[in-house]
Design a protein around this ligand. Structure first.
Ligand code: ATR
Length: 280
């Protein structure tokens, strides 16, 4: 019998998640459908309830729903609790159990696919929304050094830092002070700036010759930040495509108990994206 899954977001129709989950399903012989459902933040609860009534067994949520989704879950995994944000919902009884596979997906992509050693890296996290919350705990667990959180709305950066509760290691700073913070070994763009407006100007002094710059977005949304990082001399400029595939594999495992291989799906998507960017 076909199992039903979906991703909820706004915007979400461009999402690669349906393609990725269908590829995993073919690989593992599981009969499922996985659709993208666009909904406004205020409609998320109703949209999830309607999906469950249609037999939905699991869902991903993407921006801007990750924090709201955590509030709608009857139970949370330890890592979702720690992040205060959810990207994976598993139907449990007549409610949802929330988990967060973003951080594990990011760390696996950076360490295993891109061969980065994260330990001790002085880290700048740009953004303090659901995406930033999802990855911060996993980065800390992976052994990064001090983490500086900078957000347009500084109160939100403070809230994230307070939530993490490691004052000796995780700090918030003002956007206006970015030029005074020195070089970082790891710079992550967890803002949706390129999708909702324009990426704010970032000082090149943040980047050193060994810096890795990572955008949690992929495709066009990742271009401005990664172009800035390359121009500033970063050694690595990595988009969020690998993280997307890895977090999907982790969600797939939660739903189906089978861990799919990610190499081929990633290679196909990366080739298509490279082709699209060249064609532009
Ligand atoms: P997500 O779940 O993707 O994190 P979100 O919770 O809406 O989505 O958060 C979006 C992030 O991008 C926030 O850090 C937001 O900054 P604010 O908290 O100040 O709103 C950041 N962001 C969005 N547009 C931005 C822009 N034009 N410039 C700078 N930051 C921006």
């Amino acid at each position: 019998m076909t199992r039903h899954y979906a991703v909820f977001g706004q915007p979400v129709l461009h999402s690669l998640s349906p393609k990725i989950h269908q590829a995993f399903a073919r690989q593992t012989g599981i009969d499922l459908d996985y659709v993208a459902i666009e909904c406004a933040p205020d409609d998320l609860a109703d949209a999830l309830a309607a999906f469950a009534a249609r037999g939905g067994l699991g869902a991903n949520v993407t921006l801007p729903h990750k924090q709201r989704a955590a509030e709608l879950c009857g139970a949370l995994s330890a890592r979702a609790e720690r992040a205060g944000a959810v990207n994976t919902l598993v139907r449990e009884g007549d409610g949802w159990r929330g988990d967060n596979t973003d951080g594990a997906g990011l760390v696996r992509d950076l360490t295993e696919r891109h061969g980065l050693d994260l330990r001790g890296r002085r880290t700048l996290l740009l953004g303090a929304g659901g995406a930033a919350r999802g990855v911060a705990p996993s980065l800390l667990d992976a052994g990064v050094g001090d983490v500086f959180v900078v957000n347009r709305d500084s109160a939100r950066a403070d809230a994230l830092v307070d939530w993490i509760g490691e004052p000796g290691r995780v700090h918030s700073r003002y956007f206006e002070d970015l030029g005074t913070l020195g070089e970082f070994d790891l710079i992550l763009n967890a803002t949706s700036a390129a999708r909702t407006g324009a990426l704010p100007t970032l000082p090149m002094s943040l980047v050193g010759p060994r810096s890795a710059a990572v955008d949690l977005s992929y495709g066009e949304a990742a271009i401005p930040f990664l172009a800035w990082a390359r121009a500033a001399g970063a050694r690595d400029a990595i988009d969020g495509l690998g993280m997307l595939v890895e977090q999907a594999a982790e969600s797939f495992f939660l739903w189906h108990g089978v861990r799919p291989g990610t190499g081929q799906v990633y290679a196909e998507l990366a080739a298509r994206h490279a082709a699209l960017q060249t064609a532009d």
